[in-house]
Design a protein around this ligand. Sequence first.
Ligand code: GDP
Ligand code: IMO
Ligand code: MG
Length: 439
Amino acid sequence: MVASFDAQLACMITLVLGLQFGDEGKGKIVDYLSESSDAVIKFNGGSNAGHTVVTDEGKFKFHLVPSGALRAGEVILGNGMTIDPFLLDQEMNNLSKFKEKINVKISKSAHVVTPMHRYLDQAEETARGSLSIGTTAQGIGPTYEDKYARTGIRIADLSNRGLLEEKIELIYRMKRSLLENSEYASEQNRRAMAEKLYEIGLKLKHLTCDTEIYLNDLANKGKNLLFEGSHGSMLDVDFGTYPFVTSSNTTSGAVSTGSGLSLRRVDRIVGVVKSYMSRVGFGPFPTELPAAEGDRLRTIGNEYGTTTGRPRRVGWLDLVLLKYTIMINDVDSIALTRVDTLGKLERIKIGYEYVLDGKTLDSLPKSNEDLARVSVKYRDFKSWGDLGDDRIREIIGKGFDNLPAELKEYIDFIEQKLGKDVDIISLGEKRSMTLFRKQ
Ligand code: GDP
Ligand code: IMO
Ligand code: MG
C-alpha cells in the first residue's frame, strides 16, 4: 500500500493524467486537488482538450487554461502546448468574470495554432480518406507537424511582425497543395491573418516568459505544483493506438519535455480512471458496447464531447489497457470517477483479460488489427444503484467505509488486478462530491 495521499499533499509536486482515451474526468480531479496548489501547469495539447469543472458557482469549461485555474495561485501554459491565442484570450476573459485575478504565464516556446492550421486540420482529414482519425478539428495536428518540421510559429514570434509573416509564407509554401483552394491561397488574406496574430500577440505579450526557468524556480522554492495532463494515455502519439491518437505525448514523460521541469521532481502521479470507458473519434476499442447498451450508458452519462459535442463511444472498464497505461506512466494511485453514473445501470461488467486466437494475452497487443480482434473476458458485478444526492453526501461525510458493499467489491477488484490503490473516488460532477480516501 502506498503512503497516504493527503499527508503528501502539503508540499509536493503532483501529476494528474488520464489513463484511458480522454475525458476521464481529469478536470474535476485537478480542480479538486488544486486547493493547495501554488501553480497548475499544462504541458501538452491545446484546445482539443476539454474539461468540465462544476462548483457551487456553476459549470466551467476549460480548454487551454488549466482546470486548476479557479483555485490555484497561478497557472502556467508550458512549452509543450499548442495555443490558439484568440481562444486563449477569450477563455481568460470568460474566466475573469468569476475570478478577479487570474495569474497566467505562457511559455514563449509554445506553438501557435493559427486559423490556417485549423483549415489544414480538416483538409488533412479529408485527404486521409478511410484513414481519417476523427480529430477535434482544432488545428492541433498541423501545428505539431510544423513544430517538428521546424517551420512552426512560437508564441515569442507573435511580437516579431516580419518573422511572423515570413513563417506564414513558409508554411504556405510547404503546404500549398492543401491550401490552394482555401482563403489562405491569397497573399492578402495571409497578411491579414498575420496582422491579427500580431495584434493578439501584443495583447498577450506581458504574460509570456521562459516558463521552464520560472517553473524550476518555483520547484526549488518548494512550491506546491500540480501538473495537468491533457487527453488520455491511449491517445499518446507513441504509446496509444497510432495513428488514431493525438499529435502529442500524453503520458508522464511529456512533463519534462513539455514544461522543462524534470519528471524526477514529480513526487506523485495520479492516474484518472473513469469507471467505464469512452472514446471520441476512430480507432480500436475492445470493450466497446454495442449500439443499444451503449446508447443507454451514453445517455445516462451524457457522454458527448466537451470540445466538439460529438457522441462518445462507450464501453466497460478495461483492466488490460489500464495495466499498460499504469506501467507507461508509472502511476502511484488512481482517482476513480463517475461511479454514480455507472451505478445507474442494472448490470455492470469489468473486462480483465484479452484472448486472441485462443491464447490469453500477457499484455496489450500493439497492433490495432489485433486489438480490434481480441475477445474480452468479463467479470459481472452487482450494481450499487442510483445513489442520489443525499446518499452521496452521507457517504462523503462518513468516508470510505460507508460505501455500498457492491461498490467496494467493484473497487477491490480493480485494486487487486491493477496493484494500485484507488485513493480518490468521484461520486458526482460537483467538486464537493469527491471522496478522499484516508489511510
Ligand atoms: P476530462 O477531459 O478528463 O477533464 O473530462 P471531461 O470534463 O471532458 O469529461 C468528464 C465529464 O464527466 C464532465 O462533464 C464532468 O463534469 C463529469 N464528471 C467528472 N467526474 C464525475 C463524476 O464522478 N460523476 C459524474 N456524474 N460526472 C462526473
Ligand atoms: P481531453 O483532454 C477525448 C481525440 C480526438 C481524435 C484524436 C485526434 O478532454 O481528455 P486531435 O484533435 O487531437 O488531432 O484528435 O484524439 N482527442 C480526444 N478525445 N478527449 C480529449 O481531450 C481528446 N483530445 C484529442 O477525438 O480521436
Ligand atoms: Mg475532455
